[in-house]
Design a protein around this ligand. Structure first.
Ligand SMILES: Cc1cc2nc3c(=O)[nH]c(=O)nc-3n(C[C@H](O)[C@H](O)[C@H](O)COP(=O)(O)O)c2cc1C
Length: 325
C-alpha cells in the first residue's frame, strides 16, 4: 500500500506506533520498523539526553529500517531539557520525530534544519491546522477514543478525521481506536493516509512490558477506560483499576478545587510500577477504548501482516464486491 505517509517516512506500510511512556523502548520500535511500519522510541522515558542517545544506538543495532523518536510537551513536575533531547536525536541519525502536547513551534527550526520529518499529534482540527501552518510535515489526528490525552473537545474519529481531511493539505494519520485491517480501511476511507496505534502495540510479544499489562488489555472491554484529570484540563484516558478508583474519589471530593498535588500518588511515578513491576492496579496509566478489540498477544510482525492482509481483502473483496459494475 502506497500513501503519502509511506512516501514521507520511507516505510512499507502506513502504520505508525505512537510514543508510549515506558513502552516505547528500542525493542518495540525496532520490531515495528522491521515489520514495515514506523517504530517510535519515547524520548522522555529516557531520563537524560545521554540515555536517549544510547537507546537510539540500541535500536539501530536491532533494525536498519527508519524509526522515530517521540517528544512529548505535557505539563510535568519538572521541565526536561528539550533542545538536548533533540540534539541526541539528530546525532543518532533519526529522521522522524513525533511531537505531542504543546505547540512544537519553538523546536521546529532545530528539527527541520537537521532534515527531520515532524509529525505532530493533535486532538483537534484547530491544532492540526496550526501544525500545518508552522511547518510540520504531517499530523497524527487523535480522536476522543484514544488512549492517553484526548484533549478537551471530545470529538470522536468518525467526525474528526473527515473534518481534518476537508481542511488539511499535509498528510495525516488516524490515531485512537485503531486495531486491525478494518480500522486501517476505515481511516483511509475517512481521508487519512494511514494509522497510528498505541494500545494495540502494547499487547504484542515484543512490547517490553510486564505480562500482566498485556493480559489486562486483553481482558478489558471497551467499557473499561475512564477519563481522569479533566478538572485540570489535562484529561487522560486510562484503564480503570483500584488506583484510578481512588483518584476519581479524590476528584469528586475536591471538585473545582482539585490540584495536581492532590492526586500525586495516583499519577506520579506510576509507569515503572505498571510496565516494569506489573502492578497494574497502581494508578493512572493510559489505555484506549480499543482494548475492547484486542483479544490476543501476537508478534508485531504477525499483527502488521494480519492488518495488511485484512485491509487488502476488505478493499479488494468486500468493498469492491459491493459496487455494481
Ligand atoms: C500506555 C500509553 C502511554 C502513552 N504515552 C504517550 C507519551 O508518552 N507521549 C505521547 O505523545 N503519547 C502517548 N500515548 C498515546 C499514543 O502515542 C497514541 O497516540 C494513542 O495510544 C492512540 O490511541 P490508541 O491507544 O487508541 O491506539 C500513550 C498511550 C498509551 C496507551
Amino acid at each position: 500500500m502506497k500513501t503519502r505517509i509511506t512516501e514521507l517516512f520511507g516505510i512499507e506500510h502506513p502504520i505508525i506506533q505512537g510514543g508510549m511512556h515506558y513502552v516505547g523502548f528500542a525493542e518495540l520500535a525496532a520490531a515495528v520498523s522491521n515489520a514495515g511500519g514506523l517504530g517510535i522510541i519515547t524520548g522522555l522515558t529516557q531520563k537524560t539526553p545521554e540515555l536517549l542517545a544510547r537507546e537510539i544506538a540500541r535500536c539501530r543495532e536491532m533494525t536498519d529500517k527508519p524509526f522515530g523518536v517521540n517528544l512529548t510537551f505535557l505539563p510535568t513536575f519538572a521541565t526536561p531539557p528539550y533542545p538536548e533531547y533533540i540534539q541526541a536525536t539528530i546525532e543518532g541519525g533519526v529522521k522522524a520525530v513525533e511531537t505531542a502536547g504543546r505547540n512544537p513551534e519553538p523546536y521546529l527550526p532545530q528539527l527541520k534544519s537537521a532534515g527531520i520529518r515532524v509529525i505532530h499529534k493533535c486532538t483537534s482540527v484547530r491544532h492540526s491546522l496550526k501544525a500545518e501552518a508552522i511547518g510540520c510535515d504531517a499530523v497524527s489526528v487523535d480522536g476522543f477514543e484514544c488512549g492517553g490525552h484526548p484533549g478537551e473537545d471530545d470529538v470522536p474519529n468518525f467526525i474528526l478525521l473527515p473534518r481534518a481531511a476537508e481542511t488539511l493539505k499535509i498528510p495525516f494519520v488516524a490515531s485512537g481506536g485503531m486495531a486491525d485491517g478494518r480500522s486501517l480501511v476505515a481511516a483511509l476511507a475517512l481521508g487519512a493516509d494511514g494509522m497510528n496505534m498505541g494500545t494495540r502495540f502494547i499487547a504484542t510479544r515484543e512490547a517490553p512490558v510486564h505480562q500482566r499489562v498485556k493480559q489486562a488489555i486483553v481482558d478489558a472491554s471497551e467499557l473499561d477506560t475512564r477519563l481522569v484529570m479533566r478538572g485540570l484540563r489535562n484529561t487522560e484516558r486510562v484503564l480503570l483499576n483500584d488506583g484510578v478508583r481512588r483518584l476519581m474519589d479524590i476528584e469528586r471530593e475536591k471538585g473545582a478545587d482539585l490540584k495536581i498535588e492532590d492526586i500525586y500518588e495516583q499519577v506520579a511515578g506510576i509507569y515503572p510500577k505498571v510496565m516494569i513491576d506489573g502492578d497494574v492496579e497502581a494508578g493512572a496509566w493510559s489505555c484506549g477504548m480499543v482494548a475492547g478489540l484486542i483479544h490476543d498477544v501476537p508478534t508485531v510482525r504477525e499483527l502488521i501482516d494480519r492488518i495488511m492482509a485484512e485491509a487488502d481483502a476488505l478493499i479488494l473483496q468486500r468493498l469492491a464486491g459491493l459496487v455494481r459494475a
